[in-house]
Unconditional design. Structure first.
Length: 424
């Protein structure tokens, strides 16, 4: 079980995952039947080091919402609206057309793009933006976000980043890394490394810091690290378990699991003065806290009822209440950005799958097939859920839409990854 394995990892300082440092690729395993036909024409360029249009095309394709036209099927390569023959693109059964150009050289570029409605023959979106050479991929992801929002009405999440844990080497001589990459798997960077296990990465609300658990001092401690500078601070190292850090929406506090008084309980750590508020006082195992978007409540996992289920506690202290009753296992809960749903690991009959619960009706919708899915994390726009999975002894990352209709598999060239977390 994911829940008890987490506690055992904290107590025994043992991790079984192994991986390499290879960048990941993303495979669409199930898409939306009503995907919109879109053509992204290769942008005219004076030699930019990044193919902007290729990045945009890949972003839109892996979202599952769009059916992209292959470049070899294009009969022309317009880079401005004046060059577009709309009937030509209608004959190719395209609903929308993205065109653009990149000009400049060296360290500074101007990127211009237009989103055109093929059947109405007009512009839906058009921007010109400046970008350094180093930021061209980020600019491309921003363009994808703009297009995605215009065509779907939902904010894009292509500009976000993901954090995850990797390990390499023999089981008894492993090296562990906390890595951060773009949402499409490019630009992986090692944020922290240790010969001892690393666990539970959690993004600050502004995306500038990550809290995580490290056993580098031979016992569990919680660190906060600033990504831009690498500076880090140890904020919790009490006797016993120090685990599962979760940022408050305002970034001023951490919810965490501590066993310094005996059994694991949920605490809130004030980062300004290091004061602790003990939220739960139970002989059972209480762990995996996560804040509601408004900061008023914390969802957590407890086996106080005999099996792991989700409970809700006021973040300032007060009466706790049980949330889940369906299935014999519900754990690792976290709220959607709008607070309307909670994602969780849902277990039944020995199979563990990702599910979401509607907070209004308490209805649970199972999204994945299992049998060993864990560590779900909402995308910042709330439309997708990133999670870890294992089949045939191999661990990898996957993503699923909140309605379960679109699924992706994020594949490293070799090895395994675990505990993914999507940035705000």
């Amino acid at each position: 079980m994911v829940f008890f394995r987490y506690i055992l990892l904290m107590a025994l300082c043992s991790v079984n995952a192994s991986t390499s440092y290879a960048a990941l690729t993303i495979e669409i395993t199930e898409g939306i039947e009503s995907a919109l036909p879109v053509a992204v024409v290769p942008f005219a360029s004076t030699g930019a080091p990044v193919d902007i249009s290729a990045v945009v095309n890949a972003d839109l394709e892996r979202s599952g919402y769009f059916k992209m036209l292959a470049e070899q099927a294009m009969t022309s390569r317009p880079s401005s609206a004046q060059e577009v023959n709309f009937k030509e693109w209608q004959s190719l059964a395209q609903n929308y057309l993205v065109i653009g150009r990149v000009s400049g050289a060296g360290s500074q570029y101007d990127v211009q793009f237009q989103l055109l409605d093929v059947y109405k023959g007009g512009q839906l979106l058009g921007y010109k933006m400046a970008s350094s050479g180093a930021d061209l991929r980020r600019t491309a992801h921003h363009i994808s976000d703009l297009i995605f929002e215009k065509l779907t009405g939902k904010k894009g999440a292509f500009s976000g980043r993901i954090a995850y844990i990797t390990s390499s080497g023999a089981v008894n001589h492993q090296s562990h890394q906390l890595q951060v990459a773009d949402a499409d798997g490019f630009n992986p960077q090692t944020i922290a490394g240790s010969a001892e296990p690393l666990m539970s990465p959690s993004w600050s609300p502004d995306g500038k810091r990550i809290a995580y658990v490290s056993f580098e001092r031979k016992s569990a401690a919680i660190y906060i690290q600033t990504l831009a500078t690498g500076q880090r601070e140890r904020v919790a190292e009490f006797p016993g378990i120090n685990g599962a850090p979760s940022w408050s929406p305002d970034g001023s506090r951490l919810a965490l699991t501590l066993s310094k008084d005996g059994s694991p309980d949920i605490y809130v750590l004030n980062l300004a003065n290091r004061s602790l508020l003990k939220l739960t006082k139970n002989f059972a195992i209480d762990t995996e806290p996560s804040w509601s978007p408004d900061g008023s409540a914390i969802v957590f996992t407890s086996d106080r009822g005999g099996k792991p289920q989700l409970y809700l506690a006021p973040s300032q202290g007060g009466t706790e209440k049980r949330l889940t009753f369906t299935g014999d296992y519900n754990a690792r809960g976290s709220f959607s950005p709008d607070g309307r749903n909670i994602v969780m690991v849902h277990g039944s009959g020995g199979s563990y799958r990702i599910a979401i619960m509607d907070m209004a009706s308490r209805a649970i919708n199972v999204l994945t097939s299992g049998p060993s899915d864990e560590s779900p994390s909402f995308a910042p726009n709330g439309s997708m859920i990133l999670y870890a999975s294992k089949k045939g002894g191999t661990g990898f990352l996957s993503a699923v839409s909140i309605d379960g209709k679109m699924q992706q598999k994020l594949v490293f060239n070799s090895g395994e990854v675990r505990e993914p977390a999507w940035s705000p």
